[in-house]
Design a protein around this ligand. Structure first.
Ligand code: AMP
Ligand code: ZN
Length: 136
């Protein structure tokens, strides 16, 4: 379902112009307005979902095959040397637009970008408590 006040709903459904690189019945993929690298693309579902937690299963199932198609094109045509998939859920995780989107960020030798986190450490006991907590 489309959400009236959502800019990515409007972009995904072609109601406002975008730099589309791929489209099918479920998704539109568009160039990011503030690209990390040349070809930085966002895959947007045409139905609104805030984030991964409420992305319908049929969209979730179709997402990676779609990402793979676009990624292959990037490898062949942009000649990128690598590619990051990035997907932020919630403000605390860096999500700024509250309509699910998967970033495809082509990477090039010496592109000057850095995508990552600060590695931490945990004791065996801490790992085990966390593992059990996730399993539930
Ligand atoms: P995130 O931080 O994961 O929510 O990423 C939001 C992304 O959307 C950022 O990389 C923005 O540059 C991008 N963005 C915001 N508005 C637009 C727009 N109108 N068209 C294309 N990309 C956009
Ligand atoms: Zn939306």
């Amino acid at each position: 379902m489309r959400k009236d006040d959502c800019i990515f709903c409007k972009i995904a459904n072609g109601e406002i112009p975008s730099r589309t690189v791929y489209e099918d019945d479920k998704f539109r993929a568009v160039l990011d307005l503030g690209p990390a690298t040349d070809g930085h693309t966002l895959i947007l579902p045409k139905d609104h979902a805030d984030n991964l937690f409420d992305l319908p299963e049929d969209y979730a199932k179709a997402l990676i095959p779609t990402a793979q198609k676009i990624a292959s094109k990037m490898k062949d045509n942009l000649k990128c040397d690598g590619l990051n998939l990035v997907q932020n859920n919630g403000e605390v995780a860096g999500q700024t637009v509250m309509h699910f989107h998967l970033h495809l960020i082509p990477r090039y030798e010496n592109d000057g970008q850095r995508i990552g986190w600060k590695p931490g450490s945990r004791s065996d006991e801490e790992f085990e408590a966390i593992r059990k907590n996730i399993v539930g």
